[in-house]
Ligand binder design. Structure first.
Ligand code: DI6
Ligand code: FE
Length: 403
């Protein structure tokens, strides 16, 4: 038996397992952890004899959920865009901001100028805030390098986070995020000469868990994304897509045709796209931080996603431009208040469905065989996690069985 085997008792478990019981809730529960895994979860009265001699830890009536999962971030990047934010609030137009070197180009410049250590140190400050909120799995994208060296450096910095902190990191190659200045007006050449070779190089170095793109009028067309996805498929890498954020180019449908893990943002998604996602098993990743920051008015089609049983995940989209939102708990509140998701949908969105959006089968619920990634909360009811604004009720966090 593993050394750190123990039974947690005096707790309520929001297992997020069964959809029959709200939150998959077990009121007077016990959780048996053996090594890095959960060995048993259930009512304490039903605790099997085999586990009854293990050391016990009382959680004094607290709520336990699966560790939270932030399944869409750009948390590794150079610099920030606070001055640009200020310029716009002082009346500068988008063009003026761009002429002053603002926008995504400024983040590319700052990221290219940063060393791997700089990128890592900067990102860790933001990661620590997520860890303090009970986050145990984090997805991180490249996409601010837009040249091979910098894209790989971003991914190495992202992977290094998991060696410095008790958190699991999944890395996503996002070379098709924007066209760099030196390729202005030559998007196709950028895809062929930089994006695809950089993806192959990153994959060869073992740095890529999935491939993403930005399918939008201001970014890449569906045909260009398809070229990137064809190579991802050849390399055996799953895909996902920033789709229908500002307009409907049919990105979600394209992603679904590649069996995508997720289609993200999707404010402008129509029912045809929703059906395509339902048929492909593609998760809808809802990103209220970008909606809020850009003062968007078109909400994602939550009712249609429910109607067609498309699983909804929720994520921060942490990035220096459209979503400088460094809180997954606040994201829960925003999903509920801005999009009328229920607190249960929101919590499933950062646990069960976020795991699925990352293609992970060993986390996101509390069940035997799952990783023992637990968040312990000083709350009475799980709806409290989405309810308060700017309040963190985390009591403690267990990562792979270790406190
Ligand atoms: N969608 C967005 O909103 C961001 N990237 C993306 O694909 C914008 C990123 C930025 O402005 O830095
Ligand atoms: Fe994003």
């Amino acid at each position: 038996m593993a050394e750190n085997s123990r039974v947690f008792t005096d707790l309520k478990a929001a297992t997020m397992e069964s959809a029959d019981t709200p939150y998959g809730m077990i009121e007077d529960a016990a959780i048996v952890v053996q090594g890095e895994q959960i060995a048993w979860v259930g009512p304490v009265a039903a605790l099997p004899e085999a586990h009854s001699d293990l050391p016990r830890s009382s959680l004094e009536g607290r709520l336990v959920t699966p560790g939270l999962i932030d399944c869409h971030t750009h948390i590794v990047h150079g610099g920030d865009r606070a001055v640009e934010f200020e310029m716009r609030l002082n009346g500068a137009s988008y063009e003026e901001v761009a002429r002053a070197g603002g926008g995504i180009v400024s983040t590319v410049k700052a990221t290219r100028a940063a060393s791997e250590d700089d990128l890592l140190a900067d990102a860790l400050r933001r990661v620590d805030v997520l860890i303090a909120e009970g986050v145990t799995v984090l997805e991180i994208k490249s996409g601010y390098g837009l040249d091979t060296d910098t894209e790989l450096r971003m991914l190495r910095a992202a992977r290094a986070i998991a060696t410095k902190r008790p958190i699991r990191v999944k890395t996503t190659f996002l070379g098709a995020h924007a066209t760099p200045a030196d390729y202005a007006g030559r998007d196709d050449a950028y895809i062929d000469e930089v994006c695809i070779p950089a993806m192959r190089a990153a994959h060869a170095e073992g740095l890529v868990d999935a491939v993403d793109g930005f399918c939008e009028g201001i970014a890449f067309q569906p045909a260009q994304i398809a070229r990137v996805f064809d190579v991802a498929r050849e390399l055996g890498l799953p895909v996902k897509l920033h789709a229908e954020q500002l307009s409907n180019l049919g990105g979600a449908k394209l992603a679904a045709s590649y069996g995508a893990l997720s289609a993200d943002h999707i404010e402008y998604l129509d029912e045809e796209g929703v059906i395509a996602m339902a048929e492909a098993g593609t998760v809808a990743v809802i990103l209220p931080g970008a909606f809020y920051t850009l003062r968007e008015t078109q909400a994602p089609p939550i009712a249609l996603l429910r109607k067609h049983s498309v699983p909804m995940a929720l994520a921060t989209d942490i990035n220096p431009g459209s979503s400088p939102l460094n809180s997954l708990l606040l994201t829960l509140n925003m999903g509920c208040t801005l999009f009328r998701m229920t607190p249960e949908e929101a919590l499933r969105g950062v646990t069960q469905h976020a795991a699925r959006a990352l293609g992970l089968k060993d986390c996101g619920t509390l069940a035997p065989g799952m990783r023992a990634d637990l968040a312990v909360w000083d709350v009475k009811h799980p709806a409290e996690l989405a309810y308060r604004i700017g309040f963190n009720p985390l009591h403690s966090r267990i990562f792979g069985g270790t406190a």
